[in-house]
Write a protein that binds this ligand. Structure first.
Ligand SMILES: Cc1cc2nc3c(=O)[nH]c(=O)nc-3n(C[C@H](O)[C@H](O)[C@H](O)COP(=O)(O)OP(=O)(O)OC[C@H]3O[C@@H](n4cnc5c(N)ncnc54)[C@H](O)[C@@H]3O)c2cc1C
Length: 782
């Protein structure tokens, strides 16, 4: 026994000495690991590297490293509108909404009305990101997000037609990389809608894997405007391009080749972005796709061996081959705003209108929104909308702080669009047949149809979840991983070894510290975690639990990377679940930030509680998903014991909190106003959402009178009266003197508005459109 202790002590001392003496450590430990690491490190293409390294690391870095500094979160300024931006929201944005009737757009015009197109161009909607010196509005990212959110509560075609020119495309690329001449020519024209832009990257053969587009350009000489110039002969076949059918300026991505060495000695120059006028000879645009009845312009564009001068390249010839890097660098800003905003708008409209409908519509003599089953759906609608808006706002705020938050924008895009899908689905269930029969009075059917568009564009969701959130997050946010990879790829092995040694031992220390912290906080239920800033007492436990989850996540990530190595890229299910943990922690952070920024509104607390609780539970499930499927069962058991030593801290959110959330949706209140602040609500009974709003007020006014009628009914006052039915009972009650004339008038108005709200549209047998193929006999003979 003594001998064993001596041997172990000697081994321990030898290891300690090796670790303490750096040259020895490098020679004995680091060198073989370095050699093995270099062998297994997957080769990265330039396009992969550009994608991984693009953008900046922001709050998600704190969550990734296991020790979030809550002071930082609350020190980020809460985005606000300037006076000018506020006036724009209250003036031109409201007017643009007024000019558009979504049924007319989606069913009759198949386009926005001319007046709306003219208005959004004249008022500068297409140039919100363009600086004032070029004639643009130069709005903050937050204002841009506010505008898109409100427009989306009215019409997807309106929102998308505004959103796309302000997202990744010609204006954004020109601002960052354009030559002075290009900026001075195009930006003022784009700002005023004289030019309508589109950006064409996707091809039938390369969708998600956009870097492998087959569209190509060959450097050559040709004739342009009567003179021989150096240019390129470009062939492309693109599809799904938003605004292409009406664009006047086509942004085009293709791979440029220089087989004759006219530009230098590189034959494959790489992906290049050019701006091509729509009427340039050979450019083919104008045909349309039909994306799920969303009537924004979208279609293919093609060109065969179209000669164009090198000056068409964004940034001029020196930017040839830089297209992919340009796109990756600019991706985060648009992705932070467009889909998170448009989908939050959709959710706000659903929360407002479905909540109102659920109070107006009654069955079994009760408002449907009061049934527990319906409450469950309303709860998700309300709490998700609160959280989605928090994410939209905080993420747009990051862009205003000068961040290019690549990981955060992927999280926001994925999780806001997925929650929008759930919100709209729940909304459809609550309104029943009203949502199913399309027509001018259906306020939700088009949103239901169009939800998959947001899921698919700007990085399809499955890919974003499986490959990007954790894949890019791990490399970008981890304090040592990128340094290790860069050291391993260093052309100078001696220098690489030194850098690798520092990163490796930094990494080991980081992992061990996080492992111990996760275990300690797990054993103590995170009750002793200090929250280093003043926070609402009712939210304090979430900060503690989130700190614990963050340490556990950092530990789990490191062990996963250690065990899976380069294969983590292929193990998409594990990578997706790791990304889910990071994402849920980001969503919770945004929600906590919102709660503080809005002054800890006690009435809003149920929304925040339910949303955070649900996200905590989902994060816990994601931990379980990783551990349960971990390839090494011994390590899986060890991870489970370290992260959840006493079992799971979270169960599903409480029904009581859910009940409080649902109640907030079915009656007017300052909370409901805050929750749906951007929703366009025209108070007009001919407008579907406006009619619900009016009917909701009338329903609340009528409820005490209705209670009186029910009492009389129970007492048998209307027995035998055939008109004492669900529709006419108020009239009977007035005739019998159960209610006064004034009360009868209130009931009459409620009935009138309720009837508008529950009405669905019907059409002639052929919907008014069939002509030549109209069957002679509408019904088959028996
Ligand atoms: C309405 C609309 C508007 C658009 N506007 C534009 C535009 O203006 N400009 C433009 O250039 N493009 C545009 N697009 C294209 C859009 O960006 C692509 O549709 C998107 O990139 C997905 O490509 P895809 O449809 O070919 O799907 P695919 O790439 O074929 O993907 C199919 C499925 O496989 C998944 N998948 C693919 N690779 C992986 C992976 N490695 N791991 C896990 N899952 C994976 C995807 O998530 C998806 O679920 C638009 C598309 C639509 C529908």
């Amino acid at each position: 026994m003594q001998t064993l202790i001596l041997v172990l002590a000697a081994a321990g001392l030898a290891l300690a000495a090796t670790l303490a003496v750096r040259p020895l450590r490098r020679a004995v430990l680091t060198r073989p690991i370095f050699a093995a690491y270099r062998k297994v490190l997957p080769q990265m293409s330039d396009t992969e590297r550009d994608a991984l390294e693009a953008g900046s690391v922001w709050w998600e870095g704190e969550l990734f490293r296991g020790r979030p500094d809550w002071r930082k979160l609350h020190a980020y300024p809460q985005p606000k509108l300037s006076t000018e931006e506020r006036a724009f929201m209250d003036g031109p944005v409201v007017e643009a909404c007024r000019l558009v009737d979504d049924w007319q757009v989606t069913h009759e015009l198949y386009d926005l009305p001319h007046a709306a197109w003219r208005y959004i161009k004249e008022q500068g909607f297409l140039g919100m990101i363009i600086p004032k010196k070029y004639g643009g509005l130069e709005f903050s990212a937050y204002a841009h997000s506010e505008v898109v959110t409100r427009l989306s509560t009215r019409s997807s075609a309106l929102a998308v037609s505004v959103m796309v020119p302000n997202s990744l495309g010609p204006a954004e690329l020109l601002l960052h990389y354009g030559t002075e001449e290009q900026k001075n020519h195009y930006l003022p024209r784009l700002a005023k809608g004289i030019e309508v832009p589109a950006f064409a990257l996707t091809s039938p053969w390369a969708g998600s894997d956009a870097a492998s587009i087959p569209d190509s350009g060959i450097v050559c000489k040709g004739i342009y405007q009567g003179r021989e110039v150096l240019g390129m002969r470009v062939t492309w076949d693109k599809r799904y391009i938003t605004l292409a059918p009406v664009c006047t300026l086509l942004g085009l991505a293709f791979r440029l080749y220089d087989p004759d060495g006219l530009l230098g000695d590189r034959k494959d120059i790489g992906i290049t972005c050019a701006l091509v006028p729509y009427d340039h000879p050979g450019v083919d645009t104008g045909r349309r796709h039909f994306p799920l009845n969303a009537m924004f312009m979208n279609g293919p564009t093609r060109g065969k061996e179209v000669f164009m001068p090198l000056d068409f390249i964004i940034g001029g010839p020196k930017m040839a081959g830089q297209g992919w890097r340009m796109l990756m660098e600019c991706l985060a800003a648009g992705r932070s705003i467009s889909l998170p905003s448009s989908n939050t708008g959709m959710a706000q409209m659903t929360a407002r209108a479905v909540g109102g409908y659920a109070r107006v519509r009654s069955q079994f003599k009760m408002a449907v929104g009061k049934f527990e089953g319906v409450e469950e759906a309303l709860t998700r609608i309300g709490a998700y909308t609160y959280m989605m808006d928090a994410v939209r706002t905080m993420t747009a705020g990051a862009v205003d702080l000068g961040e290019k938050p690549s990981v955060v924008s992927a999280i926001a895009k994925y999780h806001v669009t997925e929650r929008a899908r759930k919100v709209v689905n729940d909304g459809m269930d609550v309104i029943g047949g009203k949502g199913i029969c399309l027509g001018p009075s259906n306020f939700l059917g088009r949103a239901y149809q169009q939800v998959p568009i947001g899921i698919t564009v700007e990085g399809a969701n499955i890919l974003t979840r499986s490959l990007i959130i954790f894949g890019q997050g791990a490399i970008r946010c981890h304090p040592w991983l990128l340094a290790e990879m860069q050291a391993a790829q260093d052309d100078d092995p001696a220098r690489g070894l030194l850098a690798f040694d520092r990163a490796l031992f930094g990494h080991i220390g980081f992992t061990i510290r996080n492992g111990f912290r996760a275990l300690r906080q797990g054993l103590t239920g995170s009750h002793f975690v200090t929250v280093n800033t003043d926070v609402a007492p009712e939210m304090r436990r979430y900060y503690q639990q989130l700190t614990r989850f963050s340490a556990a996540f950092a530990f789990l990530s490191d062990i996963s990377l250690l065990v899976l190595g380069g294969s983590v890229k292929r193990r998409e299910k594990l990578s997706a679940r790791l990304g889910d943990i990071l994402a849920q922690m980001y969503l919770i952070s945004c929600t906590l930030k919102r709660y503080e920024a809005e002054g800890r509104q006690p009435a809003d607390a149920p929304l925040a509680h339910w949303a955070i609780w649900d996200a905590m539970y989902k994060a816990q499930q994601a931990f379980d998903g990783v551990i349960a499927n971990f390839p090494n069962r011994f390590i899986a058991a060890f991870l489970h014991r370290s992260i959840f030593p006493w079992g799971h801290p979270y169960v599903v959110p409480s029904d009581e909190v859910g009940h409080q959330v649902a109640r907030l949706l079915i009656a007017p209140s300052p909370t409901r106003e805050r929750l749906t602040a951007e929703c366009y609500v025209p108070l007009d009974e001919n407008e579907p959402v406006g009619a619900i709003e009016l009917a909701l007020a009338a329903t609340l006014q009528a409820e005490p009178i209705e209670a009186k009628i029910r009492e009389a009914e129970k007492a048998g006052r209307f027995d035998g009266n055939p008109r004492a039915n669900v529709r006419d009972i108020a009239t009977v009650a007035a005739e019998c003197g159960v209610i006064t004339a004034v009360e009868a008038e209130i009931m009459r108005r409620r009935n009138h508005l309720r009837d508008i709200v529950v009405r669905v549209d019907d059409f002639p047998f052929d919907y008014g459109v069939a002509t030549a193929n109209k069957p002679a006999e509408p019904r088959m003979a028996a």
